[in-house]
Design a protein around this ligand. Sequence first.
Ligand code: NAD
Length: 415
Amino acid sequence: MTDNNVWQMTLDRLDATMDLLNLTPGIRKYLRTPRKILEVAVTVKMDNGDIDIFTGFRIQHNTNRGPAKGGIRYHPDVTRDEIKALALLMTLKCTVVGIPFGGAKGGVVVDPKKLSLRELENLTRRYTFEIINNIGPDTDIPAPDVNTNPQVMAWIMDTYSIDEGHAVPGVVTGKPIEMGGSLGREYATSLGCVYTILSTLKVKGIDTTDLDAVVQGFGNAGYHCARILYDMGFKIIAVSDSGGAILNKKGLDPYRVLEHKDKTKSVKGYRDAEDISPEDLLVLECDVLVPAALENQITEANAADIKASIVAEAANAPTTPKGEEILLKNGVFVIPDTLCNAGGVTVSYFEWVQGNLSYFWSEREVKLKLRDIMEKAFYEVYKVVQDKKVDMRTAASLLAVERVARAIKLRGIYP
Ligand code: NAD
C-alpha cells in the first residue's frame, strides 16, 4: 500500500454521499463502523519443520440486507484498514446490483508465491479454523479475491464441513464446478465489467468497432476482461502483471499471452510485443482502460496523463479521489468499482442460490441473468447521474447508501 490510505479514502467518499442524503448522525456513524472485526494469528506448519505465524483478518461491514459476503485476499500488503475498506465497498456493491447480501472481506498478510502448495493448504485450513465461528452459509460467505482461487475455496469448504460434520457447500462461493460451483463464476467479474463497458458505449453513442483497450493486471479479473473484449473485437494493445507490462499497437492475443504467462510466470517477455514500464501502460492512448490489479493505481500523480476515454474499474479502489477528480475534469467516464466489478459477487449469489436449491443452471442462463442484473444496475445508476448531475461513483453510492440506510431503519435496533 502507498501512503494513500484506502480506508480513509473510502470513508471520505461515504461521508460525501451521506452529506448529499442528509442522513442522521446516528445512521452516519452506523455506516462508518464495521459490524465485526476479527484479527487472527494463523499458525502454519512449514515444509522446513518449523512453524510460522501470519496475520489474518475477516471483517464484516454490514449485514442489514442479508449475510455478509466478500472475498479473501492473500497478499503481503494486506492491512486491517485495507480489509475494512474492501468490506465497506462490498456492502455498497451488493446493494448497487440489488442482491441480498451485506459486505465483508478477508485477508492474510502473506506472499503466497513464497509458499509451497502444502504450506498454502495448511495456511488456508488454519485461517479457516481461526475464523470458523464467524463464517457460514447464512452468516458470512467468503469467495476468491487476489491470489485465491477455486482450490482455496475447496479447502475452506472442506475445513468448515469437517467441523460441522457434514458437507456445507454454501459456506463459500467461487468453488470448483465439481463441488457445487456455478458455471460462469470464473469469468463473471470480467463479463460483468464488459457489460458495463458496453452500456457506457451505448449511452455515449460510441460504436463498438475499432476500439483499443488496455488492461492492467492479468489475473482472474484482468485476463478474462482482456479475453472477452478480444472475442468481441476490441484490440487489446497492452496488458501487465506484477512482473511487467507489454505493448503491441497492432493488438495482442490474450489466449497466447496467457500461455506465455503460464510458462514464464509473467506476461513480460512475450514474443509478439515490446516490454514497457508498468507506469507507461496506464497512460497509453486507448479507448478503454481497465485497471484490474490493486488499489491506488490512478492517483493525482498520473491521472492528468491518462488518455483513455473510459476507465472501467475491474479492481477495487484503483482510483484515488484526487485522481478521479482530475479524470472527471478531463471528461473521462469512470465506471466505479461498486458497479463495474459487481458481476463477480452477482454470480457468487447465483452459486449460493443454486446450491441452496440443489438445482444448477446452464452457462447460458447464468450469462443472461448476469446481463439483466448488470444492465439494470447500470441504467439505475446512470439515471441518478442524469437526475442529480453527479458522477457515476457518487450516483452508485447514493443508490446504495440510501437502500442500506432504509434497511437499517426498517429492521430497527435491538434491543
Ligand atoms: P488475481 O490474483 O487473480 O490477479 C491479480 C493480478 O494483478 C495478477 O496478474 C498480478 O500479477 C497483477 N498485479 C499485482 N500487482 C500489480 C501491479 N502493481 N501492476 C500490474 N499488475 C499487478 O486477482 P483478481 O481476482 O483478478 O483481482 C484483481 C482485482 O479485482 C482486485 O482489486 C480484486 O479485489 C478485484 N475483484 C476481483 C473479483 C474476483 O471475482 N476475483 C471480484 C471483484 C473484484
